[in-house]
Design a protein around this ligand. Structure first.
Ligand SMILES: *Cc1c(COP(=O)(O)O)cnc(C)c1O
Length: 411
């Protein structure tokens, strides 16, 4: 990398092809936001869109808006905008519920597609809700979740394995799994592959169809900027639709919800995974957030994400040496998603002291300081300034104050 100065970072910003997207977000003044991997920033057209949905569609249209404002079509419309971002056909994606709930549907559906097989495999560093949900879903069908070390996972595949469930980018370390290779390995043993794309959708190019993946889920409130608690997505390969049975047979997944028939008849394709009434306000925000992505080249996003994270590492090594920060993410950029984690015994207090300086990252127990890179609204100069703040916090021991050690509920 060229000589590291703030001027060289500003120069990189000047030639950055993604720089124009920053003004499409409402970012608070004086804040460097390194947590868009947990909750994406607010798009500038979302407040207006929500005002229209609330005041005009809800306030004036009232129940007529299910038809006249197209509320009933919103889940399908939003799924179609999202599908290209994960390498999927719009017909194979639904937007509904939370990632946790969608995982439940898929684990049950997958076990039913592999009768006689009793094992669901996942890795110990998977996101806890994934493990909790898969464990409880498997138990309902007399199957069992086995939580293995990542390196043992593929070796453990056998003729009793129904589902392999992994998160493509590890939420703690940012380690990136090889989606195509692992999917293929699962298939050679007849198992179904379920990917959680929560930390990869909107962060890097994904090709679910190209990898012939069976199932996927993911959050829309992280890199996709859909807003707090925005509904999640769920993907099922078309070849599995006929056998796809939702354990949550809600009326919105019915072939004819407004016939109000007592007997359940599933919708013909992926829409059978819909369950209850769609959350219109959240969907409207997500719909507006996804408009921006139609203009975004994910290969450019990935390239800038790599450049920002390499810059962050280089600056930490240069300016924070000797303060005990240890990189917990893979050193090779090709093996990482769009985030970095550093181990430090005082990570929590350091994170709080950084927030007091306007640099927002997060903490993951027990000792990780985590920073996420969102190339649509982060500048190279922000990385410079963030590491300056980090060096300042470490050098001055600002973190060593009772106020910064007090744990809040959400870390
Ligand atoms: C953020 C995240 C979730 C969160 O799931 P919710 O149901 O939205 O709470 C699940 N899995 C992974 C891998 C995540 O990163």
């Amino acid at each position: 990398m060229a000589a590291l100065t703030r001027e060289s970072c500003v120069a990189l910003d000047r030639i950055d092809s993604l720089a124009r997207f920053r003004e499409r977000f409402n970012l608070p003044a004086g804040v460097i936001y390194l947590d868009g991997n947990s909750l994406g920033a607010l798009g500038d057209d979302i407040p207006r869109r929500l005002a229209i949905t609330i005041e005009r569609e809800w306030g004036e249209g009232l129940i007529r808006s299910w038809n006249s404002a197209g509320w009933i079509d919103l889940p399908r419309k939003v799924a179609a905008k999202l599908a290209p971002l994960i390498g999927a056909s719009p017909l194979d994606v639904a937007v509904s519920d939370s990632t946790s709930v969608n995982l439940f549907k898929l684990v049950i559906a997958g076990l039913r597609m592999r009768p006689g097989r009793r094992r669901v495999l996942s890795d110990a560093s998977n996101f806890p809700t994934d493990l909790y949900i898969a464990g409880s879903a498997a138990k309902l069908l007399g199957a069992e979740l086995e939580i293995l070390a990542p390196e043992d996972l593929l070796r453990s595949l056998d003729a009793d394995t129904a589902i392999v469930m992994l998160t493509q980018v590890d939420f703690k370390t940012g380690a990136l799994h090889d989606l195509a290779r692992i999917t293929e390995a699962a298939h050679t043993r007849g198992a179904l592959m379920l990917w959680d794309l929560s930390h990869s959708a909107g962060a890097l190019p994904i090709d679910l169809a190209g990898a012939d993946a069976d199932f996927a889920v993911g959050c829309t409130y992280k890199y996709l900027n859909g807003g707090p608690g925005a509904p999640a997505f769920v993907y099922v390969a078309a070849r599995l639709h006929a056998a796809l049975e939702s354990p949550l047979a809600g009326w919105m997944g019915h072939a004819r919800p407004f016939d109000f028939e007592p007997a359940y008849a599933p919708a013909s394709g992926i829409d059978r995974l819909l369950c209850g009434t769609p959350p219109v306000l959240s969907l409207a925000a997500l719909d507006a957030a996804l408009d921006l992505w139609a203009q975004v080249d994910l290969a450019e996003v990935r390239a800038k994400s790599v450049a920002l994270s390499e810059l962050f590492i280089a600056l930490v090594e240069d300016r924070c040496a000797g303060f005990g920060l240890v990189l917990a993410s893979p050193r090779r950029a090709a093996e990482r998603g769009s985030q970095l984690s550093f181990r430090h015994a005082e990570s929590y207090a350091i994170k709080q002291a950084l927030i007091a300086r306007g640099v927002i990252g997060d903490f993951r127990a027990p000792d990780l300081l985590r920073v996420g890179f969102t190339p649509l609204y982060l500048r190279y100069a922000d990385i410079w300034d963030a590491v300056e703040a980090l060096a300042g916090v470490l050098f001055s021991r600002e973190w060593d104050a009772p106020a910064f050690r007090k744990r809040e509920i959400v870390t």
